[in-house]
Design a protein around this ligand. Structure first.
Ligand SMILES: NC(=O)c1ccc[n+]([C@@H]2O[C@H](COP(=O)([O-])OP(=O)(O)OC[C@H]3O[C@@H](n4cnc5c(N)ncnc54)[C@H](O)[C@@H]3O)[C@@H](O)[C@H]2O)c1
Ligand SMILES: [Zn+2]
Length: 340
């Protein structure tokens, strides 16, 4: 097992990579925690939960809303949970985002931890202390910054994850290599069969490296004012594509990274060869490098982007694999790229 300690102005946390769900009980500060999970995770892994009341929610982005919060608050009241309660979210990014928000708000905040069960939540959603829900068509628009006391990243539970969900986790791992760590990018290229087969040592290294990258960026900028923007590589186009096509986040971001690499090449900062390596790597991990999106709808979504300031968008570009910078890019330039 490898662990990463995080200390930021949003709290302290320890992320344990390679620890097991079965050992959760040893990290609990109370005898009986309250578990929040979803139906799918409970079906696959419920037998390994410690004895405790379980609040089960549905699956899918549509349940990340206020109705689900109300349902959970109701259950907590029925369970007579008080300020001494300890909540554990066991699931992917949706369960953890919701459980973290509930724990941060119920009775003005109770203690909480996560067992992260998707590759995406292990390398992204559970790192950084952001918790929240969607509202009125806007993703994660209501939320808090607050760190879970611990995050267990059990690598064995990834074995029941659908292949497409696994690929979405790899999209964020590839992003981390592309923006911050060339050695990791090389490693991803060389070890794709082992990574896709979930070889324990390879996955442990990739999750660990990813957590280190995300947490070090986040610790320099916990409230997302500057350097944290680098983590948005591929996400400006990715979010726009996600709004207009029924695809997974990781798939949209993969295509977004290809477009952002193409723009980096067009601006003369990235070598053509490196852009080809990025798209080649995404393909190796089962991710789409182009998608049949409607250009005008994507442009409309880009114009609504929250990172837009006047006629420009704060956009993440690469000067080479392993480094990234943010620049103001005129919307027109993005338009020209999309229309090409
Ligand atoms: N807080 C953050 O900083 C942050 C960062 C990135 C993403 N997110 C959020 O994370 C969410 C996406 O997370 P996700 O990709 O983990 O999706 P998810 O939580 O919806 O999980 C994907 C699916 O896999 C199932 N599942 C989970 N673990 C499983 C397992 N071990 N075996 C079998 N099935 C399993 C779930 O039931 C679900 O159906 C989005 O809502 C996004 O906004 C948050
Ligand atoms: Zn993402």
């Amino acid at each position: 097992m490898k662990s990463v300690r995080i200390e930021s102005d949003t709290g302290k946390s320890v992320i344990m990579i390679g620890e097991r769900l079965e050992n959760l009980k040893t990290y609990l500060p109370v005898k009986t925690p309250i578990i929040i999970t979803d139906t799918q995770v409970r079906r696959c892994w419920g037998a390994y939960f410690p004895p405790a009341p379980v609040i089960t929610i549905g699956t899918g982005e549509k349940i990340k809303n206020f109705d689900t919060l109300c349902y959970i608050y109701d259950q907590l009241i029925k369970l007579e949970a008080d300020r001494s309660a300890f909540i554990v979210g066991i699931g992917g990014g949706i369960v953890c985002d919701i459980a973290g928000f509930v724990a941060s708000t119920y009775m003005r905040g109770v203690r909480f931890g996560f067992v992260s069960t998707t590759l995406l939540s292990q390398v992204d959603a559970s790192v950084g202390g952001k918790n929240g829900v969607n509202f009125s068509g806007y993703k994660n628009i209501v939320g808090v910054f607050n760190q879970p006391e611990f995050v267990i990243c059990d690598l064995d539970v990834l074995g029941t994850l659908p292949r497409e969900e696994l690929s979405c986790g790899f999209a964020e791992i590839i992003k981390h290599g592309a923006i911050a760590d060339k050695t990791m990018f090389d490693y991803l290229e060389k070890n794709s069969p082992q990574a896709l087969a979930l070889d324990f040592n390879v996955i442990e290294k990739l999750v660990y490296d990813s957590v280190i990258i995300k947490s070090s960026v986040v610790s320099q900028d916990a409230r997302e004012k500057g350097i944290r923007r680098k983590l948005n590589f591929g996400h400006t186009f990715g979010h726009a594509i996600e709004k207009t096509l029924q695809v997974r986040h990781g798939e949209a971001v993969a295509t977004g990274m290809v477009l952002a690499s193409a723009l980096s090449v067009k601006r003369g900062c990235l070598k053509h060869r490196d852009a080809d390596r990025i798209s080649g790597l995404l393909e190796k991990y089962g991710l789409p490098v182009q998608l049949p999106y409607d250009k005008s709808q994507v442009l409309e979504a880009l114009r609504m982007d929250k990172k837009r300031e006047g006629e420009c968008i704060k956009f993440v570009l690469l000067p080479e694999i392993g480094r990234a910078f943010v620049d103001d890019v005129p919307i027109q330039e993005l338009e020209a790229l999309i229309n090409k």
